[in-house]
Design a protein. Sequence first.
Length: 250
Amino acid sequence: MKTRTKRLLIYIMYILLACSAQGKSPETKTSKAPPATSATMNPAFVNYINDYRKLAIRQQKKYKIPASITLAQALLESNGGQSYLALAGNNHFGLKSTDWQGLSICKYDAGVYACFRKYLYVYSSFEDHSRFIAERSFYRSLFKLSLTDYKGWATGLNRCGYAKDPQYGAKLIQLIEQYHLYYYDTAGENDPPYLPNATAAPVAKNKAAAPVQTPSKPATAKPAPAKKAGAQPAKQVRTPAAKTSSTAKK
């Protein structure tokens, strides 16, 4: 009887251990899942940043507005250059045509028919946006902040009333950190763009270059058989024209 009870207890313990192991397995699988990082980036936004990063850096040098703030506002307001205002009017910052003597473009905005500034060039939109902030007194406090304090600038724009959305500053900060726009606050115009997978391109080029170099190895190995053929004096003396034919193939 004692042996039977021992066996029964051992069997029960085995079942409990097996059940506990099955209960832990789903947790280990979920914990090993790789986090989404660069895959969450919008390719259109990445292309937009690469196209206009130099322009944002120039505006920073000229007006002392962080390039990251300029790029983040442009991305948010123009949806990466795909908005109606950006496509039809080169307006990348959503500036309205109030007290504006230039061209205008009108559309419904949040159910209200409104008119916005229209530009002939994208550069003009970036320039007008910088002047819009730099020349208004209620944005003056922002210029006391460091050019690398993108959080202070983002929340300051929200506080100064650049947009009605109470989450406007938080959205700018999210874009700056998601696409690493703070990199351009200290970068130069000739510096390469920030790419999270920048090391992938050189590796791919090196691998692709290897097959191009391999044909050159057989080409250098061909002179060796030619010397062996020339080691036969009888053939070279009888047919001197063979020398010219062998060099012609080379």
